[in-house]
Design a protein around this ligand. Structure first.
Ligand code: SF4
Ligand code: SF4
Length: 439
C-alpha cells in the first residue's frame, strides 16, 4: 500500500467552524468536583435531536428547554467542557427532573439519562444549603438505612403527621406498622415440593407503611411453591440515595444487600423503584449483582403452579398504573395485567397517558411540589375517567401520590398493590376447595 494516502477528513470538517457532532476538539478542564460525575461518553451520546422533548413530563409542563432532557444534558456538557459551574442554576435544572426515564425510551442514541442524572445529582449534593443537607442526611443516612430508627419514626408517625404542613400530610399514610415483622422463612404447603428458594426484599418504606403488601407477597410466593426467606440482615435498597446524590451510601447499602441476599435463587421485589435500582447493583458497586425479579413479572413468567387456582369476588374493573421504574427501567407492562386478567370477574383498563409519571418520583413530591401536584392532578383525573373503583400500583411512592391525588378529587377509588388482588383471589379459591390447601 502506498504511504501517501490522505487520511479522511474528520467528521464535520466541512461544516462551519465551531460545529461539532460529538466529542470535543481538544482537552478541556471540566468543572466537576467529585469522581461520580456524568462521564463524557454518555454526554457525547446525545446528538441533540430533540426527539425526547415531547415525551418529557417536565418539558411538557413548562415548555422550557432547561427542563428537557436535551437541555439538562447540554447543562451537564457545559460543566464537562469547563464552560459552566455546578451552581444553583445547574442544580435547579437537575432538581426539576423526575428521573422517570421517559426520555431513555425514545432516544435513538440510547442515552443512559437515568445514570447521568444520578451522577449529576451527586455533584450537586455538596453545593446544597446546610439546612437542606442536614435534612437529607437525617432522612437518607440516619432513618432509612437503619430499621430500628425507621420503626421508631413509624411509631411517632401518627403524632408527627398531624404537625406536617397540609401538603405533606396528604402524602403520608395515616397508619404504619412499627412493630410488625415478616416471617424469616415461609415454607411451601405440606406435600408440595419447593420449586426453589426466593428471598424477598422487605424494603424500608414498603415494610413500615405497606406491610400488608409484603405479607401478601410472601403468602403468594409460598403458595405458588417457592420457599420464601426474608433475610434479617437486609437493608433499604438505596434507590432514594442514588437518585438524590448520596452515592456512597447507595454503594454501602448495595454491598450490604448483596451479602444479605447471597445464595437465593431469586431476589423478589414488589416495589418498582427498588427493583429497578437493585437490578443495577452490579453497575453501582463491583461484585454486588443480584438475581432480582419483580414479583408480578416473576409469577407470570414462572407460572403460578399447577394446583393454584384464582377465584373472583364480583365484576371488578381495575385501572393499572404503570410505575416509571417498572415500565421503563424493567420493561414490565403485560405481565401484571395478564395475571390480574386471569382472576375471574376482573377486567383491567389502561389509564389515559398512563406512561406519564404521576409526579411521585422519590422525593420529588416533597422537593418540587408545584410540578409534582400538576402531574398528580392529571393522573388522578385520568384514573377518574376510567370509572374504575380500584387502581393497581406496584410502587409505594406512586401509591401514596395516587391516594393523595384521588383524595383531592374526593374520588372513592382504592389504590392497592396488584399482589394483593392476586393474594385475595388465591385465598378465595383455596377457601372454596375442600380440604383447603392454603398454608
Ligand atoms: S427523566 Fe423524565 S423528567 Fe427527567 S429529563 Fe427524562 S423524561 Fe424528563
Ligand atoms: S432523544 Fe436522545 S439524542 Fe435526542 S436530544 Fe434526547 S437525549 Fe439527546
Amino acid at each position: 500500500m502506498s504511504d501517501d494516502v490522505t487520511p479522511p477528513a474528520p467528521l464535520g470538517a466541512e461544516m462551519p467552524t465551531g460545529v461539532r457532532f460529538v466529542g470535543r476538539e481538544g482537552p478541556v478542564a471540566a468543572n466537576w468536583i467529585g469522581s461520580d460525575h456524568p462521564v463524557d461518553a454518555d454526554l457525547d451520546a446525545c446528538v441533540a435531536c430533540g426527539l425526547c422533548l415531547p415525551h418529557c413530563p417536565t418539558y411538557r409542563l413548562t415548555g422550557d428547554e432547561t427542563a428537557s432532557p436535551r437541555g439538562r444534558i447540554a447543562a451537564m456538557r457545559a460543566v464537562a467542557d469547563g464552560l459552566a459551574e455546578v451552581d444553583d442554576t445547574f442544580s435547579s435544572f437537575m432538581d426539576r427532573c423526575l428521573v422517570c426515564r421517559a426520555c431513555e425510551d425514545v432516544c435513538p442514541s440510547h442515552v443512559p439519562f437515568g445514570r447521568m442524572m444520578e451522577a449529576a445529582r451527586t455533584e450537586i449534593e455538596p453545593h446544597r444549603a446546610p439546612g437542606a443537607r442536614l435534612l437529607r442526611w437525617l432522612g437518607l443516612d440516619v432513618v432509612l438505612p437503619h430499621p430500628a430508627v425507621l420503626r421508631a419514626t413509624a411509631l411517632v408517625q401518627p403524632l408527627a403527621r398531624m404537625l406536617l404542613p397540609r401538603r405533606l400530610r396528604a402524602l403520608v399514610p395515616r397508619t404504619a406498622a412499627p412493630l410488625r415483622w415478616l416471617p424469616a422463612e415461609r415454607l411451601v404447603p405440606a406435600g408440595t415440593e419447593a420449586r426453589g428458594t426466593v428471598a424477598v426484599l422487605a424494603g424500608c418504606v414498603q415494610d413500615r407503611w405497606f406491610h400488608d403488601v409484603n405479607l401478601a407477597t410472601v403468602r403468594v410466593l409460598a403458595r405458588c411453591g417457592w420457599r420464601v426467606i426474608v433475610p434479617r440482615a437486609q437493608r433499604c435498597c438505596g434507590a432514594l440515595h442514588a437518585h438524590n446524590g448520596r452515592m456512597d451510601t447507595a454503594r454501602r447499602l448495595a454491598r450490604r444487600n448483596a451479602s444479605a441476599f447471597a445464595g437465593a435463587d431469586h431476589v423478589v421485589v414488589n416495589a418498582a423503584g427498588c427493583g429497578a435500582h437493585m437490578s443495577g447493583y452490579g453497575e453501582l458497586a463491583e461484585g454486588t449483582s443480584l438475581p432480582v425479579r419483580d414479583v408480578m413479572a416473576f409469577l407470570f413468567e414462572e407460572g403460578l403452579g399447577s394446583d393454584v387456582r384464582l377465584a373472583g369476588d364480583e365484576e371488578t374493573t381495575v385501572a393499572y398504573h404503570d410505575a416509571c421504574h417498572a415500565l421503563r427501567a424493567q420493561g414490565i407492562e403485560d405481565q401484571p395485567r395478564s395475571l390480574l386478567r386471569a382472576v375471574p370477574g376482573v377486567s383491567v383498563v389502561d389509564i389515559a397517558g398512563g406512561d406519564r409519571c404521576c409526579g411521585a418520583a422519590g422525593l420529588y413530591n416533597v422537593t418540587e411540589a408545584g410540578l409534582s401536584s400538576e402531574l398528580r392532578r392529571a393522573k388522578a383525573d385520568a384514573i377518574g375517567e376510567t370509572g374504575a373503583r380500584i387502581v393497581a400500583s406496584a410502587n409505594p411512592g406512586c401509591t401514596m401520590q395516587l391516594r393523595a391525588g384521588l383524595d383531592e378529587l374526593n374520588a372513592s377509588v382504592r389504590v392497592v398493590h396488584p399482589i394483593e388482588i392476586l393474594d385475595a383471589a388465591i385465598a378465595r379459591a383455596d377457601a372454596h376447595s375442600a380440604p383447603s390447601v392454603r398454608p
